[in-house]
Design a binder for this molecule. Structure first.
Ligand SMILES: [Zn+2]
Length: 697
């Protein structure tokens, strides 16, 4: 991959997706695939994101996970070493490719732009569609994967092995799998091109609260007149208006903007969203509400969820975005509150392919009904922001699990595979949100809530165990059966603001007040970042979940640190100072280690890697605003969010996942990079030379 394809020209909104399907995706397979053949050995892998070895061991010992316990006793149960950092995109990329991040180019959820220092989502590069005369689509949107390396299913397929690959993280955009079917997982976005923007309408919102929230919500006030309120559902940004805006911006840069252009630019800047009208009927105290959307009426009682319903957003008479929406009436007594899930791409006719072959997502929908498609399928953000409660969150997590599960079972029906990989991430989401209720030391621990929902994590593990039992009954007995997770879990009690530390220690020069609070919409929508940072005097900056980048001359546009001796000196100095940081409240050491780039990564993508990667001790994570490059007043602060468990940038020694198999393994410390060569060896497919993992069997 050329480096220019990774240097982002800026944030190209993925929301600019035209109705016409077909996107060119990067295909890492090379050459012609061999004809289909039977593999030497069938392999089935079930992945549970974030299943933690310590919790798993505890629940097994308590007799709560009988199926996993049986697997452990007859085969293998071990901690599975994770990547640095131990985050889903990074770890699942190493799972797929069998290499370290230096060879697959995924180092975090976020990447930063060398030119602008702006953060963007890692893993995908987007190019908007093009229109002629402001309406006729002439070029489809393009989404390319920036992940390097080759997935084991692509190697296997090229060698003739038939496979099914279902909702594995880091499989969007979907890659061509010879003799295989693949349904994409993370970072498959919602229709706005985000991880998941939810909507929320309420009578008790003030006008000041309207708009984007920190964690990716969109709030709208309901004003009733005679029991009827007119509002709208906010869909994607209009790609035609986005193109017009870009052209006007070019003209402004060139100094040829007319007065009329200027007005038009201002007009577009504030309203590029395509919306669909929604009429809400409600009488105070009635306990229910009626929603009218595109000729359909949904009558929902308080506490009731609608089914997933199609909603179509039209940019013009040709360009349409097909989505599915789901509504939940939170309350309908003296106030009315309505929550809506992020708008998922309709699997029957997605604006861009979400599977390979392209029609696989639609065939699945024909067989199992409509299913949620966004990679982030669980409503963590509305719970974090208090728009829905624990009961609603957990009930929806059940259905998200169900959605993934039914696709797995449907795909198992036709016995036409030799390699099968399915991943469910609900284990991770429940752990993120509910850890505060199993950790009495957490600032958000609540005894009353713990009495009610303290078993939520245990329950999702039991559900995973139950699924393992049912899968074992279904998967052919002669298969090698594995259960894996990408990382473990820790309590997230205290947030650590790396940029604040960098400012206080003069590695970053920041003038002015505490930064403006950033929202996820800023990230996805080209918000303002780094106001007050003087790059001409800044040596290092932090973006993402534990990454420190140097302001390197020749790499960063305003770089001041020289490569070579100065770089190494800075690495040593920051690492040495940072690692001694103690929490003033507890006296505990915040970091277990601070890793230098070249000590933990090797490969062609080194220049995109962080120059330092932190390894947190139990209880710590990067602070909320710090992830987006914000600068706060204090270095260490309490985490007062419901999002209370985490694993991102926890030191690798304490952040491994789980590995179960019905076979015994020789290795004592299996690593997630070992899965790919293990599977290839079992299937009888040649193992490429440059893998970092080793076969476990
Ligand atoms: Zn997670």
């Amino acid at each position: 991959m050329s480096s220019s394809s990774l240097r982002r020209p800026g944030l190209l909104a993925l929301a600019a997706l035209a109705a016409v399907p077909l996107v060119r995706c990067a295909s890492s397979s090379s050459g012609e695939a061999k004809p289909a053949r039977r593999a030497q050995q069938r392999v089935f892998i079930m992945g549970f994101d974030g299943m933690d070895p310590t919790l798993t061991r505890r629940f097994m010992d308590e007799g709560k996970l009988p199926n996993l316990k049986k697997l452990a006793e007859s085969g293998t149960f071990s901690t599975l070493g994770s990547t640095q950092p131990s985050e889903s995109p990074v770890a699942w990329a190493s799972f797929a490719t069998g290499v370290n991040p230096g060879k697959h180019n995924i180092f975090d959820f976020l990447v930063r732009d060398f030119q602008t220092y702006m953060p963007d989502l890692a893993g995908v590069k987007k190019e908007p569609p093009k229109f002629l005369w402001g309406w006729l689509p002439t070029q489809r949107p393009k989404v390319t994967s920036t992940r390097g390396g080759t997935s084991f299913w692509v190697h296997a397929g090229a060698d003739g092995v038939k496979s099914k690959i279902l909702t594995v993280p880091m499989t969007f955009p979907p890659e061509e799998v010879p003799h295989g079917e693949l349904l994409a997982g993370l970072p498959l976005p919602d229709i706005r091109g985000t991880i998941g923007t939810f909507s929320y309408w309420a009578t008790d919102l003030s006008s000041f609260e309207e708009g984007n929230t920190e964690m990716g919500g969109y709030l709208k006030r309901l004003l009733f007149d005679g029991g009827v309120a007119q509002t709208f559902i906010r869909g994607p940004e209009n790609p035609i208006l986005k193109q017009e805006e870009a052209e006007l911006r070019d003209r402004r840069r060139a100094g040829t903007l007319t007065e009329e252009d200027k007005q038009r630019l201002e007009e577009i800047a504030t309203s590029k969203d395509i919306t669909v009208p929604m009429t809400v009927k409600w009488n105070e105290g009635s306990g229910q509400a009626e929603l009218e959307i595109q000729g359909e009426t949904l009558t929902l009682k308080a506490g009731e969820w609608s089914p997933w319903v199609p909603v179509v957003f039209k940019a013009n008479f040709i360009v349409k975005f097909r989505t599915i929406a789901q509504f939940y009436v939170v309350r309908a007594d003296r106030e009315l509150q309505i929550y809506a899930q992020p708008l998922n791409l309709d699997p029957r006719n997605p604006p861009i392919p979400i599977s390979k072959p392209d029609d696989f997502s639609a065939r699945l929908a024909d067989q199992v009904g409509i299913y949620r498609t966004t990679g982030w399928a669980e409503p963590t953000w509305p719970l974090n922001e208090g728009r829905i409660d624990e009961a609603a969150f957990l009930a929806d997590c059940e259905r998200a699990f169900e959605d993934r599960e039914k696709i797995i079972f449907k795909s198992l029906e036709a016995d036409d595979w030799d390699l099968f990989v399915g991943v469910i991430e609900t284990t991770d989401r429940v752990s993120h949100m509910m850890f505060r209720l199993i950790d009495e030391k957490h600032p958000m621990y609540d005894a009353a809530l713990a009495a009610k929902y303290g078993d939520a994590i245990e329950k999702v593990y039991r559900r995973a165990d139950d699924l393992v039992g049912r899968l074992q009954a279904k998967v052919p007995k002669d298969s090698v059966f594995m259960v894996v997770s990408d990382h473990g879990f820790h309590s997230f009690r205290r947030g650590v603001n790396l940029n604040t530390w960098l400012v206080q220690n003069n590695y970053m020069v920041f003038e002015g007040q505490e930064g403006q609070r950033k929202t996820l919409a800023d990230l996805f929508g080209r918000g303002k970042f780094w106001e007050g940072v003087d790059w001409s005097r800044t040596h290092a900056y932090a973006v993402g979940l534990g990454q420190i980048y140097f302001n390197l001359r020749g790499r960063e546009s305003r770089g001041i640190v020289s490569a070579g001796a100065e770089y190494k000196l800075l690495q040593d100095k920051i690492a040495r100072e940072l690692v001694t940081l103690t929490d003033p409240d507890t006296g505990e050491r915040v970091f277990r280690d601070v890793y230098k780039r070249d000590d933990i990564y090797q490969g062609d993508y080194l220049q995109y890697a962080p120059d330092l990667q932190v390894g947190f001790n139990d209880g710590y994570r990067v602070g909320w605003q710090d992830t987006l490059g914000g600068v706060n007043r204090t270095i260490i602060e309490n985490n007062n969010r419901k999002w209370s468990g985490d694993h991102c940038a926890t030191a690798t020694e304490i952040s491994g996942g789980v590995f179960f198999s019905n076979r015994k393994i020789a290795a004592e410390a299996p690593h997630i990079m070992d899965i790919s060569p293990t599977v290839l060896k079992l299937l009888g497919v040649p193992i490429p030379q440059d893998l970092d993992g080793k076969p476990l069997m």
